[in-house]
Write a protein that binds this ligand. Structure first.
Ligand SMILES: Nc1ncnc2c1ncn2[C@@H]1O[C@H](COP(=O)(O)OP(=O)(O)O)[C@@H](O)[C@H]1O
Ligand SMILES: [Mg+2]
Length: 223
């Protein structure tokens, strides 16, 4: 279970303080496919960032299973990022000088997985997103949708408990966006991980088993 308990994250501006997250409480069982929608600036990215340990709440508790993320030290946070978490952003952040397979394998090698095992895993996740025929290509040889599917494969390679996706189709045309949506659905259908998807695409959001709506830093509808 992933649990947020009265989580608040404030940002101070010259004009005053805003609450990017304002007393948010949520419980998400592992394995669920959750979508998060809401107007720009309502706190969606902040929610993903605190779940990923990229940002720390000012108040409240965040539990990823038995890990208290709100008071985790550097070592525990690093472990969480390497072993429990996959993240996909709007921009794919692939390394241009590395092939598709090398991009996907990199996080596994960085955390010390043996090369033989990591290569088998790379093949599996590239199959999953339908890109095994592209493994020796370089990012610039791919369409935007293909690059994003590589980023999804990379995020999934380490078998994370939690996959966070922040507007992964936000930078894609509709054809590429639907290919990416298909890969996300495959992941959800096979129950490979907990998937928390922030999107502006209402049709994509409706495919989730649970739809959370946010407004002004709060959960307007918990789904
Ligand atoms: N690093 C930051 N510094 C200051 N304000 C921020 C920062 N990150 C987010 N905010 C503010 O917090 C609010 C929520 O932002 P965000 O979570 O990015 O919203 P969303 O992803 O829903 O568009 C916004 O008002 C935004 O300006
Ligand atoms: Mg955002």
């Amino acid at each position: 279970m992933i649990r947020l308990d009265h989580v608040t994250r404030r940002y101070s501006h010259s004009a005053g303080t805003i609450r990017a997250l304002d007393d948010v409480s949520l419980e998400i069982p592992f394995g669920t496919f959750v979508s998060v929608t809401g107007p720009s600036g309502c706190g969606k990215s902040t929610l993903l960032n605190v779940l990923g340990g990229l940002d720390t709440p000012d108040e409240g508790e965040i539990w990823i299973g038995d890990l208290p993320l709100h008071r985790a030290g550097d070592a525990a946070l690093t472990r969480h990022r390497r072993f429990d978490l996959g993240i996909v952003f709007q921009f794919f952040n692939l390394l241009p000088a590395m092939t598709v397979a090398e991009n996907v394998e990199l996080p596994l090698l960085l955390r010390g997985d043996p090369a033989g095992r990591s290569q088998a895993r790379v093949k599996e996740v590239l199959d999953l997103v339908g890109l095994s025929s592209r493994s020796t290509h370089f990012p610039h040889q791919l369409s935007g949708g293909e690059m994003q599917r590589v980023a999804i494969a990379r995020a999934l390679a380490g078998r994370p408990k939690l996959l966070l996706a922040d507007e992964p189709t936000g930078n894609l045309d509709s054809t590429n966006a639907s290919q990416v949506a298909e890969s996300l659905l495959t992941i959800a259908a096979q129950n490979l991980t907990t998937l928390i998807l922030v999107t502006h695409d209402e049709a994509l959001a409706r495919l989730a088993s649970r739809q959370i709506r946010m407004r002004d830093g709060q959960v307007a509808s918990p789904g």
